[in-house]
Design a protein around this ligand. Sequence first.
Ligand code: GLU
Length: 304
Amino acid sequence: MNALATQRSPKYVGRFAPSPSGPLHLGSLIAAVSSYVDAKSKNGLWFLRIEDLDPPREPPGAAEYILDQLFTLSLRWDGDVLYQSTRLDAYQESLARLSDQGLSYNCNCTRSQIKAMGSAYDGSCRDKRISLAEEFAIRVKTSNNSIGFDDQIQGYHQQSVEREVGDFIILRKDKLFAYQLAVVIDDDYQQITHVIRGYDLLDSTFRQIHLQNVLGLNTPAYAHIPVIIDHNGKKLSKQHFADPIDAKNDKALIFKALKFLGQAPPIGLAEAPCSEQLEWAIDNWDIQAIPKLANISEKSKRIV
Ligand code: GLU
């Protein structure tokens, strides 16, 4: 258990959990600002977790660069940074638990077989015996009950994971732990009570709640903020070559992020140091002012 969270037993523990696949871009900065300000407006802790589980996609130095960017922007995290690369034993242990309960199985389907199944995995390896000499992934079994949650920004959402996604991967064929598993294990380990992140991850939430249910873990409150899209309607992401933010423009960036989040900082604040802008945001925070999905493109066009 995380010593800091336990020691102070706060009612609110938030986090920012970037994957170090490149420097922060405006979209990830907005996720950082919203989770930070929401936590601090409720006297909560805000942890930083580096999700470094995919070394081939992590340029050397990217994690340190992200830490520097956050520091320059006055986004100060509580406690020590948690690196997922130090947590492999915990993920392995949860794999063993799922396997012992008969809730997971090995899958050797090829990419093209999976593609041919359409949008949901059809469970075809559930009853196969796959030799350990073969390449295989591990999937968790899903069930046909519907999983729902009340998103603090986007409202109630539900999904039948079995029908819409199917049994999903928790250990990849290349033997890297899947994001869905690691994120659930670490949200529990850090006793996260509130997750605020980009709308693109809303669809993953049902899978994460499924894993929390089968592993007997608490489900945090979730809020998904709109993602910024570029002029072609694509989400800004490292994959889509979103420009990394230049933390030298720190003041303008925080101001832009607050505006995107539907907050109404006074114009004069744009020139104030980041820490002052963030303090204003903490005092005046209104999570309900964050635009809902329907407004995303309109709002984002304004600032990209
Ligand atoms: N590591 C993920 C990303 O950078 C975010 C994970 C999360 O917030 O749940 O997109």
